[in-house]
Design a protein around this ligand. Sequence first.
Ligand SMILES: *[C@@H]1O[C@H](CO)[C@@H](O)[C@H](O)[C@H]1NC(C)=O
Ligand SMILES: *[C@@H]1O[C@H](CO)[C@@H](O)[C@H](O)[C@H]1NC(C)=O
Ligand SMILES: *[C@@H]1O[C@H](CO)[C@@H](O)[C@H](O)[C@H]1NC(C)=O
Ligand SMILES: *[C@@H]1O[C@H](CO)[C@@H](O)[C@H](O)[C@H]1NC(C)=O
Ligand SMILES: *[C@@H]1O[C@H](CO)[C@@H](O)[C@H](O)[C@H]1NC(C)=O
Length: 355
Amino acid sequence: MRNQWLMLAACFWVLFMLMVASKFIPLTFRDKDSYSIKSRPMTWSAVAQARKLPVAEANVETLKPTGKVLEDTAHKPQIQIDRMELLRNVCRNASLSNLTHTTVSKFVLDRIFVSDKHKILFCQTPKVGNTQWKKVLIFLNGHFPSINKIPEHLVHDNEKNGIPRLSSFSKPEIQERLNSYFKFLIVRDPFERLISAFKDKFIINPRFEPWYKHDIAPAIIRKYRKNHTETRGLQFEDFVRYLGDPHRRQLDLQFGEHIIHWVSYVELCAPCEINYSVVGHHETLEADALYILKEAGIDHLVSYPTIPPGITLYNRTKVQSYFSSISKRDIRRLYARFKGDFKLFGYQEPDFLLN
Ligand SMILES: *[C@@H]1O[C@H](CO)[C@@H](O)[C@H](O)[C@H]1NC(C)=O
Ligand SMILES: *[C@@H]1O[C@H](CO)[C@@H](O)[C@H](O)[C@H]1NC(C)=O
Ligand SMILES: *[C@@H]1O[C@H](CO)[C@@H](O)[C@H](O)[C@H]1NC(C)=O
Ligand SMILES: *[C@@H]1O[C@H](CO)[C@@H](O)[C@H](O)[C@H]1NC(C)=O
Ligand SMILES: *[C@@H]1O[C@H](CO)[C@@H](O)[C@H](O)[C@H]1NC(C)=O
C-alpha cells in the first residue's frame, strides 16, 4: 500500500516537472533556431533588437494585401512549367554544352546565399534586382521591423548581413542544402543586363567603387580599344569587344570577383548542374516574385518591395541605341559568348541588331 502511494506521488512529480519543463523547452529551441547563424555570431545589439520585436509587429508590414489571387500550389503556372522544361532540354543539348555547363566551383558557391531558417538558396545575379531579394532574406532573419529599415550598406556587407554564402559550409552541408532547399535565381535579357552593368560600374558608379574606373577600365582599353586617337574613358564598344573575346580569361582572373557584374548566368549560378526550383524573370518580376515567395513558403511572412512601374520591362529602343555604333562582327562575337544564357532562359536572339 505504501509503495502504491509512493508510485503515485512519483508519477505526479514527473508530470509536474514535465509541465514546468515544457514551458521552457520550446523557447530554448526557438531561440536556437532564430539566432544561431552558422559561423556568423550576431552582435549583442542585434540580438537585443530582435528580442524586443513582437511577432505581431513583424507581421504588419508583411501581411499587406496584394490584391491578387494566388494560384493553388498544386497548379503551377504554365509559364513556370515551360521555363523549367526549356532549361532542362537546353542543358541536354550537346551542341551547346560548352556554353551551358560549368563546374560547381567555389566561385559558384560564393554566389549562393543561404537562409537555413527557411531552407532557401538564392543565387545572386547582379544587375537583376538582387538587392531587394537580399533584403527579403535579411528581413526573414528577424532583426529588422521592416524591409525599409534595413540599411543599404548592410545589404552589401556579406560578412555582417546574416545571410551566409553556401561556400562557408562543409562539403556534406553544402550537398544537403543543394539537395533539399528551395533554390532560385532571377535572370533578365542578357544584353540589357550588360548595358546595365556598363552604366552602373563605368558611367554612374553609384556606390563609388573606384577600381572600376581606375583599374579595370584602363586594362580593357589597353587591350581592346581600336581607335588610339580616342582618349575618352571606357566606351561600350571596348566593353563589348572584351566580353566577346573567347580568350579573355587571363584578364578575368586579374579582375577577380568584380567580373560577377558581367559574366554569364551559367558561370555565376551553374543552372545545368544545380537543380533550381524556380527561375524568375526580371521582365515579369511582379508575378514571379509572388510565385517565388509562395513556392519558398514565405509568402505569409514577407512581401517583395513595391516595384516602380515600367522599370523591369525590356527596352528594345535602349538596346538598339547602345549597339548602334558597334560593328556586326563584335555583336556576333558577343552573342556567341552569351548564347547559353539566351537559349537556357528563352531569350530571343537579338537579330534586330544584326540585320
Ligand atoms: C541544340 O541547339 C542547337 C543550337 O541552338 C539547335 O540548332 C538544335 O536544334 C538543338 N537541338 C535540340 C535537340 O534541341
Ligand atoms: C568545346 O570546347 C572545347 C575546348 O574548349 C573544344 O575543343 C570543343 O570543340 C568545343 N565544342 C563545341 C561543340 O563547341
Ligand atoms: C577616333 O576617335 C576620334 C576621337 O574621338 C574621332 O575623332 C575619330 O573620328 C575616331 N576615328 C574612327 C575611325 O572612328
Ligand atoms: C529536380 O527537382 C525537382 C523538384 O523541384 C524534382 O522533381 C526532380 O526530380 C529533380 N531532378 C533532379 C535531377 O534532381
Ligand atoms: C527606353 O530607353 C530609351 C533610351 O534610353 C528611353 O528614352 C525611354 O524612355 C525608355 N523607355 C521606357 C519605356 O522606359
